[in-house]
Design a protein around this ligand. Structure first.
Ligand code: FAD
Ligand code: FES
Length: 342
């Protein structure tokens, strides 16, 4: 084991150490420092910093979260950077990013998998420590044979028993999901790090909640809904869940919500399919892209500003929902909490 590396944040009195194998972002958060971030996966660019002094190893030079021009100007992604020695960096530290639950590494054992749709399943893992996270957050999985970590968002509630669950969508040819769906065996050990993420439930907000999901984006929304239904401060909130798929076989929101009696009474569900001539549309299902379905919903139209919006799913859905909420309905950005499943 080599000595930890020291990172100094230029123009501040902040410095922190990075243990072997850790990235600059994860180490900052482990030390309680609010280095801005979102995806922790190289895709969003919000963790960019300028390297003033020292050397770093770039874990994923092709990461889309930073362009060539920025790289030439000495900028890097903190979530994809490991220091090769002590470094000085320039970055704006912000208190809102200081973790409420400190991220930690641990080993989990695979327990089981429950099929949810033709290509989605809920995976359950168990660890020796309590499963500590904010609802809506994700963990990073180190999957054997896959380079880099992959993010998966918890679908269950934090618990003392150390049970972690997430819903994953199988991607044909995808390295991570092929492993999860084809090669995991009961009792198999897997390393995780977390929890991370900024789109966690704001229980103290005075507003009701709209949740919008596509594909495995339902995973953190299940966790958020369960917590909101039992929370001392949020349990009076109305919850409206919109879920979109291409075809009827993709839909799962009604099924998942009705499996929890506490949610079935509390959550109104609207499901929609986009890719069909409408002939096989199940009764009660809307037709169209989910952002259009939300925009045309009567409850939303009465006063879109009455809600906090939590949305997760594939990147095109996230950008369409974001654009619709901010540009068409004028919802302020501080009422929007989302994760793009890059
Ligand atoms: C915040 C967040 C939360 C997520 N939550 C969920 C969830 O709950 N359920 C779910 O099904 N999916 C979730 N995802 C997506 C998930 O992390 C995987 O990207 C997805 O399962 C695709 O895996 P794959 O097998 O198709 O692809 P893979 O072949 O494993 O690659 C998929 C992606 O990994 C990235 N990648 C490629 N090479 C590297 C590398 N060297 N280092 C780091 N990254 C690399 C690229 O972005 C690529 O698009 C989430 C993603 C993010 C960012
Ligand atoms: S947090 Fe580093 S690119 Fe998204």
């Amino acid at each position: 084991m080599t000595n930890p590396k020291k990172i100094v944040v230029e123009g501040t009195d902040i410095e922190f150490s990075v243990d072997e194998g850790d990235t600059i972002l994860r180490a900052a958060l482990r030390n309680g420092i609010g280095l801005p971030y979102d995806c922790n996966s190289g895709g969003c660019g919000s963790c960019q910093f300028e390297l003033i002094n020292g050397e770093i190893e770039d874990l994923w030079p092709e990461a889309k979260g930073i362009g060539e021009r920025a790289r030439r100007r000495g900028r890097h992604l903190a979530c994809q950077s490991r220091p090769d020695g002590d470094c000085t960096i320039k970055v704006q530290i912000e208190r809102q990013y200081e973790p409420i639950v400190s991220p930690r590494r641990q080993t989990l054992r695979y327990v089981s998998c429950t099929q949810i749709t033709h290509n989605m399943a809920e995976f359950t893992f168990k660890g020796d420590l309590p499963a500590d996270f904010l609802v809506g957050q994700y963990i990073l999985l180190d999957i054997p044979t896959v380079e880099g970590s992959r993010a998966y968002s918890m679908s269950n509630l934090p618990n003392e028993q150390g049970e972690w669950r997430f819903i994953a969508k199988r991607i044909l040819g995808g390295a991570a999901t092929s492993f999860l769906f084809e090669h995991l065996v009961s009792g198999q050990k897997i390393e995780i790090d977390g929890s991370y993420g900024m789109s966690y439930l704001r229980e103290d907000s005075p507003r009701d909640i709209i949740l919008i999901g596509g594909g495995s984006g339902i995973s953190p929304l299940m966790s958020i809904m369960q917590q909101a239904s039992i929370s001392a401060t949020a349990s009076q909130k109305k919850m409206l869940l919109f879920y979109g798929g291409r075809e009827p076989q993709d839909l799962c929101a009604n099924k998942l919500v009705s499996a929890y009696p506490s949610l079935a009474q509390r959550v109104s569900v609207v499901e929609a399919i986009s890719d069909t001539d409408g002939l096989n549309r199940p009764e009660g299902t809307e037709l169209g892209f989910i952002h259009d379905v939300v925009r045309q919903n009567k409850k939303v139209q009465i006063n879109p500003l009455n809600y906090d919006y939590y949305f997760c799913g594939p990147p095109p859905m996230i950008s369409a929902v974001n654009k619709m909420l901010q540009l068409d309905l004028n919802v302020p950005a501080n009422q929007l909490y989302y994760d793009s499943f890059l």
